[in-house]
Design a protein. Sequence first.
Length: 166
Amino acid sequence: MEMKVAVADRSAGFGDFISWMKSNGAEVDGVKITHFSGYDYGLQAEKDFEEGELMIAVPRKLMMSADNAKDSVLGPLMRKDPMLQHMPNVALSLLLLAEKFNPDSFWRPYIKVLPTLYTTVLYFTTSELQELKGSPTLGWYHFADVSKDYLYKAEELSTFSCYDSP
């Protein structure tokens, strides 16, 4: 089955993204970001690499993680919300949302090149989910769905403000 992925014009941000990475300590030489038909963007080698030769090195500070969320504007919420403390994927999702709407975000070059459409199980149709019946993936889908519902209902999130309104 070939993946069908909508390709937004993210490529316009690739130059800024690579510059941002390099200016923050990443080593990105001998590879380029390329669109692969039927999939999406990925890295393509621009030279022959020797076995064991480094292709790319990304420092931890450029890896958006739940640890980053603890040190962000979400820190106070994370310290009091048990779900955010025990589900780092939810904290990471909230960090991404907070940074997406922060006009001065350190993460802006990264966020600008993220895809707008994903082909993960969370976006499957009902009939596609039925094909997973009996597999552990379906259970994980329901777990994620319940987690998503919690986020919509969490009172702390409805009153929490990361940034001042304009």
